[in-house]
Design a protein around this ligand. Sequence first.
Ligand SMILES: [Zn+2]
Length: 286
Amino acid sequence: MPELPEVQALVDFLRERTDGLVVTGVELGSISVLKTFTPPPQALVGAPADGVSRHGKFLDLDCGGTHLIFHLARAGWLRWSDAMPATVLRPGKSPIALRVRFDDASGFDLTEAGTRKRLAAYVVNDPAAVPGIASLGPDPMAESFTLEQFAAIAASHRMQVKGMLRDQSILAGVGNAYSDEVLHVAKLSPFAIAATLDDAGVARLYTALRGTLSAAVAAASGKPAKELKDAKRAGMRVHGRTGETCPECGDVVREVSFADSSLQYCATCQTGGKPLADRRTSKFLK
Ligand SMILES: [Zn+2]
């Protein structure tokens, strides 16, 4: 799933490609991808693409005041083409959920692999009309996001830090992958309770959060859309690297699995050398 750094890179990519272009077509390959009814997608046609921005993990293409907003979710992606096929997209079994065309024949497809369709698109006059945007917490990359603000957030959440980092209503833009990375850098257990962290732990987490995200934004920046997924994977220290060697201490990267996701961590770096219980290997342990 693309998280803040990849979405930011897609924003920069789209801004550069669409600057000065006019939308000439919006086609739906999946009716269910569009979560709004008014304005209709056709309201975008004829409008200039005059702004691209990000709200957490949502991308916002501003077309003369009408916004096409989308969230790629777990298996969605954006595929840019300098020369879009002329065939009109029709609702059906295509992995292409939505197609946007511009007046120089370029455009992009939003695609979604797999059967669980979660990719979501919205056409709105005000981005705050998208429920997932209205409820977003602060953006950890905003200049105004201070250690004091983060400390107040941590102090008021009696929940596991892993869950706190991923909760979009608490912090906008971080998901499963970067929360693993941030916790590894901060040398904190994913199951540590946010509200009980001491000042040093909160400061380490804040620095790790901002540092990890800005390094990932810098690494992703300027890369074309099609290279972002591989770049994200290549930059990971522990996430998705179960069984590999921790780059920090040489211990093995371990995993805790859940119903439909898993987290990775290093016991030596993060949990005092004690492996966390995993339901697959120790079902009856808490
Ligand atoms: Zn380690």
